[in-house]
Each structure stands twice: as C-alpha cells, then as structure tokens.
Write a protein that binds this ligand. Structure first.
Ligand SMILES: [Zn+2]
Length: 128
C-alpha cells in the first residue's frame, strides 16, 4: 500500500466511518432489538461463538465495556486489534514503520486458541 492511499484511508475514510457509527449510534441500538434470536441456542441451550455479539455491540455503543465483555468478548477483541492496526496504518502514513500486532503464526494461533477455549468455557461455566 502506498503512503498516499494509507493517508487517505487512515485520516479520511476510517475517521468518517467511525463518525458515521457515532452519529447513527441510537438507530443501531434501536434496530439491534429486532435481530432474531440464535437458533443454535434456542434448540441446544448452548452458546454458539456468535451468541451475545449483538448485545455486546449494543453495550459498546452505550460505552458499557464491562457489560459488553460479559455478553461476548469477541467484539472487544476485534476493536482492540482493529485499533492497533489503525495505529500502525497512521504511523505508516506518517512515514514510520510500527508493528503492534505480530505477524506470525504463533500470535494468530494463540488468539485462535484463546478464543476457542473462551467459547467452550463460557458454556461450561454457565452450566455449573
Ligand atoms: Zn448463538
């Protein structure tokens, strides 16, 4: 990616996208109440990896991060990783090369293993 396109992306496109989310925050919270319930959870009683994501995003939009983590940590982890990547992109656009998120299989495998363990444990803990 060229520095010019990184600059456009980091200083115009992404801030406008975030601003549009902030502006439409109340509408997003409103429509989240109309999403269908999870069929996997309905028939099995277990939480699938996506269970709680809508409630977590709604809580994030209300700036209730602890409440969001209690529903599902996936959106919070995605926000943390995206923020780190955004910082890397901004630094690249300003001419500095910064690596916050490691680009190797150990990091990716660690994140995936953590998420898999989390998805399993949150079902086990709920049934104790
Ligand atoms: Zn589900």
């Amino acid at each position: 990616m060229s520095k010019k396109s990184a600059s456009i992306l980091s200083f115009i496109v992404i801030p406008l996208f975030i601003l549009s989310i902030i502006i439409s925050r109340k509408a997003l919270i409103y429509i989240s109440g109309y999403y269908p319930e999870c069929l996997f959870h309905k028939f099995t009683g277990l939480l699938c990896p996506a269970c709680g994501n809508t409630r977590a995003v709604t809580a994030i939009l209300k700036l209730r991060f602890v409440e969001a983590a209690s529903y599902n940590i996936t959106p919070l982890i995605a926000i943390i990783i995206c923020t780190a990547l955004y910082i890397e992109l901004c630094m690249y656009a300003m001419g500095k090369r910064v690596i916050i998120i490691p680009r190797n299989n150990y990091f990716l495998g660690g994140v995936l293993a953590f998420m898999c363990i989390y998805y399993i444990l949150r079902n086990v803990v709920l049934f104790i």
